[in-house]
Design a protein around this ligand. Structure first.
Ligand code: NOJ
Length: 546
């Protein structure tokens, strides 16, 4: 952790590594990543120099949506291990100085959740159904969905049950939405929060933060002319987070919330980060931005301005388990991103260019004020696996979109750890099964942790060096930054941080001279005749006071 003040909470400046447990490391050889595999590899994360882990869901789940369909919020799925192992992992991580953030999925559960099963059995009109959004259908026989809402995974957001009633699912039909107007739902989640806090977790990543409360009456979106949409960002959601924050603040140890929030309006975004609500939220505008100096500059300025409204620290996110890996995005002709995987799938990709830009983007984001997320495999320079055979695709978006959207499997491919044979150390030798998503590219042999370790030019060693420096630089993380406009060249991002630290990113087509400096701390590419090449970044010890 870096901070300008000793007493700054860790989460204002942290580097947080996202673990997608299924694909991180398989300890027991059944082809699925698990807690045993993660515990065995914690040294990689401590050595990398991150401050915390965020674990995508490990709860009991039929995995209809990779674990974002939770059947038991207080236990770990046997595919991943046991609750005792989870507790041991938290202990191991803490012993290594790593905090642990778990994923919380409050908008919906799994259709296998006992309360949903009880609601199905209880039948129309039963109180058990009030915990969810059950409605009669429209049409003479109730054969049409109750309203026109569409699921994010394609098709209507309603599923009809055997007795004719419909229930709401904003994601897959296997993910019924909770009714947050019901006090039992509220009480249950407060209890779940306590359960994991008592087990020692340092915080929660909140799934689809803005969806919990729906507009009264569940009105159609057609003809609904005011914002927000009736299924998101309702005023009532803030009361929920206030109650969560009050509970969290009862605990010692700087526990924290990070919100998954795809909200474009900066004012509305900032409302979730008020002092008595959530601590931080993922910054998706950066992830969507093209690799372009003006675009990135305006995202950075808008981000800092939005967070300044409420005094919250910004976060910087380049990739996660839902989005196309940025090595691939930055290697395309159009480097922007907008969930249009179908339209962009299979477009030409210049991987060396994307990799080069990814290194520069790492230096940029690690130098900006606030905290930064690293998605597993970012540190290895992994790219999106786009040529997955259709029959191996597992993401529900693939099936629900009728094969139009290729889904998110391409960023969830098991990590390469070592060796010359697939699965490159993801599973132990003599594993009983192939990886659950058995599509690692052969070229990942050269990108494994073992293959890159010790090679000073490798992506991994570059990340290690950057994270080491970030820890040493007292002016990084939370705190002020100052643009140094017009000093170097157009299409260059150039800013200073306290402690005479300067970051320069060259997004122009030609090499640019470096500003006056005392030392080069780290460059994403070798300098050419003292100049910073195109699509490269450098950290400098600036001349004089920064
Ligand atoms: C966001 C999660 O990141 C994604 O993986 C999931 O499919 C949806 N929320 C639904 O839970």
């Amino acid at each position: 952790m870096t901070s300008t003040e000793e007493n700054t909470p860790w989460w204002r400046s942290a580097v947080i590594y996202q673990v997608y447990p299924r694909s991180f490391a398989d300890g027991n050889g059944d082809g699925t990543g698990d807690i045993a595999g993660l515990r065995a590899r914690l040294g990689h994360l401590a050595g990398l120099g991150v401050d915390a882990l965020w674990l995508s869901p490990w709860y009991v789940s039929p995995l209809a949506d990779g674990g974002y369909d939770v059947a038991d919020y207080r236990d770990v799925d046997p595919a991943f291990g046991t609750l005792d192992e989870a507790a041991a992992l938290i202990g191991d991580a803490h012993a290594l100085g790593l905090r642990v953030i778990v994923d919380l999925v409050p908008n919906h559960c799994s259709e296998q959740h006992p309360w949903f099963q009880a609601a199905l059995t209880a039948g129309p009109g039963a109180p058990e159904r009030e915990l969810f959004h059950f409605r009669a259908g429209r049409g003479p026989q109730g054969e049409l969905p109750p309203n026109d809402w569409q699921s994010h995974f394609g098709g209507p957001a309603w599923q009809q049950t055997a007795d004719g009633a419909w229930y709401l699912h904003m994601f897959a039909p296997e993910q019924p939405d909770w009714n947050w107007e019901h006090p039992e739902v509220r009480a249950e989640f407060l209890s779940v929060l306590r359960f994991w806090l008592d087990l020692g977790v340092d915080g929660f990543r909140i799934d689809v933060t803005d969806h919990l409360v729906k507009e009264d009456g569940l009105p159609d979106t057609a003809g609904h002319h005011h914002t927000p949409h009736p299924w998101r960002d309702q005023e009532g959601v803030h009361d929920i987070y206030r109650s969560w924050r009050a509970l969290l603040d009862e605990y010692t140890g700087e526990r924290t919330f990070v919100a998954e929030l795809w909200e474009e309006d900066p004012q509305r975004f900032a409302r979730y980060l008020r002092a008595d609500e959530l601590h931080t939220a993922f910054n998706f505008p950066l992830l969507r931005s093209p690799w372009d100096a003006d675009a990135l500059r305006s995202v950075i300025d808008a981000t800092l301005a939005a967070h300044a409204l409420v005094g919250a620290p910004a976060t910087w996110v380049l990739s996660n388990h839902d989005t196309t890996r940025h090595v691939t995005r930055y290697g395309r002709a159009d480097t922007s991103y907008d969930f249009d995987r179908a339209a962009r799938h299979g477009l030409p990709v210049d991987l060396p260019l994307g990799t080069r830009r990814a290194r520069a983007a790492a230096l940029l984001t690690l130098a900006l004020p606030g905290s930064t997320y690293v998605y597993q495999g970012d540190e290895l320079g992994l790219w999106e696996v786009e040529d997955i055979p259709d029959h191996l695709r597992q993401d529900p978006t693939w099936l629900r979109s009728g094969g139009v959207d290729r889904g998110r499997d391409g960023c969830r491919v098991p990590l390469p750890w070592a060796g010359a044979e697939q699965p490159f150390g993801f599973s132990p030798e003599r594993a009983s099964a192939a990886p659950w998503l058995d599509v690692q590219p052969d070229a990942w042999q050269a990108l494994s942790v073992a293959a890159q370790s010790g090679d000073p030019d490798s992506h991994l060693e570059f990340y290690r060096a950057a994270l080491r420096l970030r820890r040493q630089e007292g002016g990084l993380g939370d705190g002020p930054m100052d643009w140094q406009d017009g000093v170097v060249a157009p299409a260059v991002l150039d800013f200073t941080r306290p402690g005479s630290f300067r970051c320069v990113v060259n997004l122009s087509a030609a090499p640019v001279p470096l500003p006056p400096h005392e030392a080069v701390l780290l460059a994403s590419e070798p300098l050419a005749d003292g100049k910073l090449p195109s699509d490269a970044a450098v950290w400098l010890r600036a001349a004089g006071e920064g």
